[in-house]
Design a protein around this ligand. Structure first.
Ligand SMILES: Nc1nc2c(ncn2[C@@H]2O[C@H](COP(=O)(O)OP(=O)(O)OP(=O)(O)O)[C@@H](O)[C@H]2O)c(=O)[nH]1
Length: 345
């Protein structure tokens, strides 16, 4: 008898702590004798998070686009190949921070019609200080995206709780409860949770899946299904992508059209303090950056992480031959300005 392989989707805004959680989940699986496999999705064209995942773990990458729109369709195939080639006991999908999991649910549930896989959980990692900041103004695309990510979760990790007071944490839990009355909420530091809970999670798409809210640039809102299936008399299925037709007519795609990435390859080592200076002066529109860097003033290489407004450097010894590179992700920022600042280093 073949068993059904659980799929866990790790959702959450850019820099919230998904990779930190993924590392712990892989460790947990290894300790429990389960073979994990991972699908990672990045907006940029390099997967730096992949360097943080143990080399033995089968990993598939979906780069240069967001799983929920531009490379939708590839996900089903990726799940299929990963399943057949590696026969894992569990699959984790780490979405880009701007992905709307509502779109991804369709893809995963479609795959489960063909393979013995089952969407078991959508774990949304919430960046507590970031949500706190946004919940004061209660507006903006990021705020609405976080709301969607929270709404469709069946487990909520309220991370970076070291960055806010216990009163603020309590207040945030109340805000989250209004959007998602069912999912357990765990306040964490560095996504530290009891992962044995994973096995008991049950994702019930029927009751939890929120209504689709489509927003186009003109500010109109539509609630509709993504697909219309028409089964023809000869049995073949024809799909109409109403959503996309609608998008085309308005010249817009998804709510995160405005999110962009700039990837910079360094042709030489740079000075660490000068680099920090550039990063500290990045425009507020850039909310996430990461990279692998070789500095002129240190011996080892560093993994650089920036999740607005904090910067972090971790010494690394990459196994593979990786270039010195930094990826900057944000909302409608000037790539030229960032490029010029980095070239002056
Ligand atoms: N202070 C603090 N920092 C944290 C915590 N959790 C994660 N971080 C840091 O936040 C940064 C982003 O963490 P990641 O786990 O890479 O976040 P992510 O959601 O995978 O980021 P993307 O893949 O870019 O969307 C890293 O520098 C982490 O070390 C936390 O609880 N507290």
């Amino acid at each position: 008898m073949t068993t059904t392989i659980p799929i866990h989707i790790l959702s959450g805004f850019l820099g919230s702590g998904k990779t930190t959680l993924l590392q712990k989940a892989i460790h947990y699986c290894n300790e429990s004798g389960l073979k994990p496999a991972v699908i990672m999705n990045e907006i940029g064209d390099v997967n730096l998070d992949g360097l943080l995942i143990e080399a033995e773990v089968p990993t598939a990458e979906l780069l240069s686009g967001c799983i929920c729109c531009t490379i939708r369709g590839d996900l089903g195939m990726t799940i299929h190949n990963l399943y057949l080639e590696n026969r894992p006991d569990v699959i984790f999908i780490e979405c880009t921070g701007v992905a709307n999991p509502i779109e991804i649910i369709d893809e995963v549930t479609d795959a489960s019609l063909l393979l013995k896989v089952n969407l078991q959980s959508i774990i949304t990692v919430v960046d507590a200080p970031h949500l706190l900041e946004l919940s004061r103004s209660k507006q903006g695309k990021t705020y609405r995206l976080m709301q969607d990510q929270i709404r469709c979760a069946n487990w909520l990790i309220l991370n970076k709780s070291d960055k806010i007071t216990s009163g603020e944490l309590h207040g945030l839990e109340g805000v989250i409860r209004e959007w998602n009355p069912h999912a357990p909420i765990e306040a964490t530091i560095y996504s530290e949770v009891d992962l044995s809970v994973l096995q008991g999670l049950v994702y019930d798409a029927g009751t939890k899946k929120p209504e689709k809210r489509h927003e186009c640039g003109e500010g109109c809102k539509h609630e509709h299904d993504h697909h219309d299936h028409h089964v023809h008399a000869d049995g073949h299925v024809h799909e109409h992508h109403r959503d996309h037709d609608h998008d085309r007519s308005h010249g817009h795609h998804h709510t995160h059209d405005h999110v962009m990435a700039y990837t910079h390859y360094f042709d030489r080592a740079i000075h660490s303090e000068q680099f920090e200076e550039v990063v500290s002066k990045l425009p507020k529109e850039i909310f996430r950056a990461k990279g692998i860097l070789q500095f002129t003033d240190t011996a080892s290489r560093f993994l650089f992480q920036y999740a607005y407004p904090e910067m972090q450097f971790v010494k690394i010894t990459p196994q593979a031959n990786v270039p010195n590179v930094a990826v900057f992700i944000g909302e409608s920022f000037s790539k030229e300005t960032v490029k010029a600042a980095l070239e002056r280093l």
